[in-house]
Design a protein around this ligand. Structure first.
Ligand code: ZN
Length: 265
C-alpha cells in the first residue's frame, strides 16, 4: 500500500530532473486510466514546461506553466519514475511524458488501478480527497490562532516549509510562499521555533492577503510592481529597496528573497 512518505520519496526521485523541463510528447498506453483530453493535451502540455510537482495526499500534481496540471492518483501501488525512452514500457504502463533529452516520466500501476486527469487551472473538483486536504487558506476556518497552532506542530520547519505543507494549508505553491514571506517581511528560511506567535500571525495575515489578491485579481497582482512574483529571475532588483534579490534552494524549491527587506527574526 502506497502511503504519503512513499509518494514523497517517489517525487523526490524525479522532481529535480523534471521541474522546468519541457514535455515534448505524451504517449498514452492505457486510455481507460488516463482521462486526458487530447485537444487540451496538444495545446497545453506538449511543448510546455513543467512548473512544479506537488503531492496532495496520495495525488501527484504535475503543474505546467501553461496553467494545466496532470493529476495522478497513486492508487494502492501506482508508481511514477524516470526511464530511458529506449526501454520498452511494460504491460502496466499507463502514460509516458517524454522529454527531449531522451528520458521520460512513466506512470504505471497494475490492472485498472490508479487514475490520471488533465485539469485546467485549479479546478480539482471531483477528484475526491484532493479537495479535502489541509485547510483552505481563504476559508474562515484558518484563523490566526489556528494557523499558529498548526505551525507550532512543526517547530523545526522553516516558514516556507509550513506554507508549502499541504496538510497544514492546502494550495500554496512555491511562488506564493515566497511572496507571502516577502510581503510579511520575514526570511523564508526562518525556523518556526525561532519566531513569536505575533510573527506567525503576521505571516497568516499576509498569507490571506496575498492569496486573496492573487485569486480575485490575478492579472493585477501579477502586474503589481511591488510584488516579488514578477521578479523571479537571477539578478533582479527588489521591488521595494532595489537591492539584488537572493536566490536559494529551500524545501527543494527555487526560492527568492530580499536580504534587506526580509528580516531574520
Ligand atoms: Zn528589498
Amino acid at each position: 500500500m502506497i502511503e504519503l512518505p512513499d509518494v514523497e520519496r517517489m517525487i523526490d526521485a524525479f522532481a529535480g530532473y523534471a521541474t522546468g523541463k519541457t514535455v515534448s510528447d505524451v504517449l498514452i498506453d492505457d486510455p481507460n486510466t488516463a482521462n486526458i483530453d487530447s485537444d487540451l493535451c496538444e495545446e497545453r502540455v506538449k511543448g510546455h514546461a513543467i512548473d512544479t510537482i506537488e503531492r496532495h495526499g496520495r495525488y501527484v500534481v504535475v503543474r505546467f506553466r501553461s496553467d494545466v496540471s496532470i493529476v495522478f492518483h497513486m492508487g494502492s501501488e501506482g508508481e511514477i519514475f524516470l526511464e530511458s525512452q529506449t526501454t520498452p514500457p511494460d504491460e502496466n504502463s499507463k502514460i509516458r511524458l517524454q522529454f527531449a533529452a531522451g528520458r521520460e516520466l512513466r506512470y504505471s500501476s497494475t490492472g485498472s488501478e490508479g487514475e490520471i486527469h488533465l485539469v485546467e487551472g485549479e479546478d480539482f473538483t471531483g477528484l475526491g480527497t484532493l479537495e479535502n486536504l489541509g485547510l483552505d487558506p481563504l476559508s474562515d476556518e484558518l484563523t490566526a490562532p489556528r494557523f499558529v497552532d498548526l505551525a507550532r506542530t512543526k517547530p523545526r520547519s522553516t516558514l516556507k516549509g509550513i506554507l508549502l505543507n499541504q496538510e497544514i494549508v492546502a494550495g500554496i505553491g512555491n511562488e506564493y510562499a515566497d511572496e507571502i514571506c516577502f510581503q510579511a517581511g520575514y526570511r523564508p528560511d526562518l525556523k518556526v521555533k525561532d519566531v513569536t506567535d505575533e510573527q506567525l500571525k503576521r505571516i497568516h495575515k499576509y498569507l490571506r492577503r496575498v492569496l486573496r489578491r492573487a485569486t480575485l485579481h490575478w492579472q493585477a497582482a501579477h502586474a503589481d510592481p511591488g510584488w516579488l512574483i514578477n521578479r523571479r529571475k537571477r539578478g533582479s532588483a527588489c521591488p521595494r529597496c532595489t537591492s539584488t534579490l537572493k536566490s536559494m534552494k529551500l524545501v527543494g524549491r527555487k526560492t527568492y528573497l530580499c536580504p534587506r527587506c526580509q528580516r531574520a527574526a
